[in-house]
Design a binder for this molecule. Structure first.
Ligand code: FAD
Length: 515
C-alpha cells in the first residue's frame, strides 16, 4: 500500500509552494506550459505511457529552494525529479513516491552578460522555455542563441540534460555545445557554478547527463545577432542514396555557401494527408505535383529541408545565392517548395503543429516516440530495412532523418553517440489516434522494439537518443566506454542517487513511505 508524504510536513526551510492534494488537474496555459502542475499532471509526461505518482510537487522560486528540497529528500530517503515542461516520453521526468520540482516556477529573470571576447550571452533560468528565451533576446537586443530544437516549448535545463538538436546542430553544434556556464544544485545539496574552465568535470557531466548529477537552475547561453528573415526550402528525392549524398555534402560544407539549417524527413509515396505527399508543401504555396515523381519510385520518398538567413525583405542576392546553392543538388526538378518567413516565425514553426494537434486531440494522447542516432555508414541499410519495409505506410507523424557531425560534440560530455564522424538523427514522432481508431500502443511499442532490434542484429553503429532502459546492463551497453566515467560522476555528485529517478539508471534506497 502506498501512503503519500503529507506536504504540510515538508519542513522545508522557507518553503516553496507545494501541490500535494493529489486531486487537482494541471493548470496548463494556452501555450501548453504548466505553470503549477499538480500531482496528477506530474504523474505523467508527454509520452503518456508511464505513470508514477509523486509524494509532492514542489514549486521552487530560487536555487536555495532547490537545495532545500534536495536536502530534505536526502534525510527522508526520497528521490527528486526536476520537471522541465514534462516533455519526456518514457517517464524520465517522473518520481514515483518522491518529489517533483516544477522548474517552471523558478525566477524567470533573464539578463544579458558580456563575455571577455566582446560577445554576449543570455543568463537564463534552467526552467525557462526556449520560446521565452527567443522572445526576450530578439525583443530586447535583436540577438538569439545559435542552436535550437525544432519545438521551443522545452526547457533550457531539460534539453541541456539531453542534447538539444535541430537543423543548426551540424553548423553550431547541439544545444549542449552552446552553453558557457551553469549554476546547479548537485545531489549532495551543494550549490555550484561550473564552466569549461571551472569545475569542468561537473560542467561536462551535466551536458547530456539525464539530470543525474545536478539540477540546473541557471545557464549562460551564447548569442549572435538575430537575422530578420529566412528563406525556407524543401526539395524532394526519390533515391535515398542521392538524398544522403546531398545532405552530407551540405553539412560538411563551410564558408559563405553553407546553409544555416539542414534537416529532412522521409514520407510515404502516396496521397495520404498525414504521411504522404501533402505533408511536404508549405500551406500558402503550390501543392505537390505527384506526376513529377519518377516512374518506379519506391514506397518512401525523402524531403531535404534547408534554410538561408538574410536581413532584407527583398534581396536579389539571396535569390542568386539560393539558386547557386540548389543547382548542384540532385532533387526531382519541379518538386521544390520555397517560402520566406521571419526568423522568429521559422523557429516557432512547430507551434502551429501543436495548435492543430491540441485541436484534434492528438497532443494529449500517448506518444510512443523513438529517437536514434545512426552512423552514416549504416543509414542506407537502415533505410532498406526500416523506412522502405517496416515503416512503408508511415507512422502518423514526421519521420525525421538528417545528418550531423560528431566533432561538434565534446567527448567530455555525458552524451553517448555513434563513433562515426557523420551520423543521422532518426526521429519517429508518432501521433497515433487513440485506439480503436488508431493502433494499440503496445503494438506501436512492439514496432519500436523491432526497429531497435533491427539496428542491433545488423550490428549498426547507433545509439538511442532520449533513451529509456530498465536494466543497469542496458545502460552500461548504452554508454559503452563512457559507463565507468558516468558511474564515477554519479558517486561524486549524487552519491545517494537522489536525482532523476525516472531515468531508471541508478537505484535509490526504497523511498520511506510515511504513514
Ligand atoms: P523534462 O521532460 O521535464 O525532463 C527531462 C529530463 O531532464 C528528466 O530526467 C528531468 O528530471 C531532467 N531535467 C529537467 N529539467 C532539468 C534541470 N533544470 N536540471 C537537471 N535536469 C533536468 N529534442 C531535441 O533535441 N530536438 C527537438 O527538436 C525536440 N523536439 C521535441 C518536440 C516535442 C513536441 C517534444 C515532446 C519533445 C521534443 N524533444 C526534442 C525532446 C526534448 O529534448 C525532451 O523532451 C527533453 O526531455 C526536454 O523536455 P523538458 O524540458 O520538458 O524536460
Amino acid at each position: 500500500m502506498i501512503a503519500y508524504l503529507d506536504p504540510q510536513q515538508n519542513q522545508t526551510p522557507n518553503p516553496p509552494s507545494v501541490a500535494g492534494d493529489g486531486t487537482g488537474t494541471g493548470t496548463g496555459t494556452s501555450n501548453g506550459t504548466e505553470t503549477e502542475p499538480s500531482i496528477t499532471t506530474a504523474s505523467s509526461d508527454f509520452g503518456g505511457i508511464i505513470h508514477a505518482v509523486p509524494a509532492a510537487v514542489i514549486h521552487p522560486k530560487s536555487i536555495t529552494d532547490v537545495a532545500s528540497a534536495i536536502r530534505l529528500a536526502g534525510t527522508r530517503h526520497l528521490s527528486v525529479a526536476a520537471r522541465g515542461n514534462g516533455h519526456s516520453i518514457s517517464g524520465q521526468s517522473l518520481s514515483d513516491g518522491g518529489l517533483v520540482l516544477n522548474m517552471r516556477s523558478l525566477d524567470a529573470k533573464v539578463e544579458l552578460v558580456s563575455l571577455p571576447d566582446g560577445k554576449y550571452c543570455a543568463d537564463v533560468s534552467g526552467g525557462a522555455l526556449w520560446e521565452e528565451v527567443l522572445e526576450w533576446c530578439v525583443k530586447n537586443y535583436n540577438m538569439a542563441p545559435l542552436s535550437w530544437t525544432d519545438y521551443l516549448g522545452l526547457t533550457v535545463g531539460g534539453t541541456l540534460s539531453n542534447g538539444g538538436v535541430s537543423g543548426q546542430a551540424f553548423r553550431h553544434g547541439p544545444q549542449v555545445a552552446n552553453v558557457v556556464q551553469m549554476e546547479v544544485v548537485t545531489g549532495d545539496g551543494e550549490c555550484r557554478v561550473c564552466s569549461a574552465a571551472d569545475s569542468s568535470d561537473l560542467f561536462y557531466a551535466l551536458l547530456g547527463g539525464f539530470g543525474q548529477f545536478g539540477i540546473i537552475t541557471r545557464a549562460h547561453i551564447p548569442l549572435q545577432p538575430a537575422p530578420r528573415m529566412v528563406r525556407w526550402i524543401r526539395v524532394v528525392y526519390d533515391k535515398f542514396e542521392e538524398y544522403t549524398a546531398d545532405a552530407e555534402r551540405l553539412v560538411t560544407r563551410t564558408g559563405p555557401d553553407a546553409f544555416d539549417y539542414v534537416e529532412g524527413f522521409a514520407f510515404v509515396n502516396s496521397s495520404d494527408p498525414v504521411n504522404g505527399w501533402p505533408s511536404v508543401p508549405f500551406p500558402s504555396g503550390p501543392s505537390f505535383d505527384a506526376g513529377l515523381i519518377p516512374v518506379g519510385s519506391g514506397p518512401v520518398l525523402y524531403c531535404l529541408e534547408v534554410v538561408v538567413h538574410y536581413n532584407h525583405q527583398r534581396n536579389d542576392k539571396v535569390d542568386e545565392k539560393v539558386d547557386d546553392m540548389l543547382r548542384p543538388l540532385n532533387y526531382i526538378r519541379g518538386l521544390e517548395f520555397i517560402v520566406d518567413v521571419s526568423y522568429v516565425d521559422f523557429l516557432s514553426r512547430v507551434k502551429h503543429v501543436e495548435k492543430e494537434a491540441r485541436a484534434n486531440g492528438s497532443w494529449e494522447s500517448a506518444h510512443p516516440w523513438l529517437n536514434l542516432f545512426i552512423a552514416s555508414s549504416d543509414i542506407l541499410d537502415f533505410d532498406r530495412h526500416v523506412f522502405k519495409h517496416i515503416l512503408k505506410h508511415g507512422i502518423g507523424g514526421p519521420m525525421l532523418v538528417y545528418p550531423m557531425l560528431r566533432r561538434k560534440w565534446d567527448r567530455r560530455m555525458s552524451v553517448a553517440l555513434p563513433e562515426s564522424e557523420i551520423f543521422y538523427l532518426v526521429a519517429l514522432l508518432r501521433f497515433p489516434r487513440p485506439y480503436p481508431e488508431g493502433p494499440r500502443i503496445d503494438e506501436v511499442l512492439a514496432q519500436n522494439h523491432e526497429i531497435v532490434n533491427c539496428c542491433r542484429s545488423n550490428g549498426y553503429d547507433f545509439k538511442l537518443y532520449l533513451p529509456h532502459y530498465e536494466t543497469e546492463s542496458d545502460w552500461a551497453e548504452h554508454f559503452g566506454d563512457g559507463w565507468s566515467r558516468f558511474v564515477r560522476r554519479k558517486a561524486d555528485y549524487d552519491p545517494m542517487a537522489i536525482l532523476a529517478p525516472g531515468q531508471k539508471i541508478f537505484s535509490r534506497a526504497a523511498p520511506l513511505r510515511l504513514l
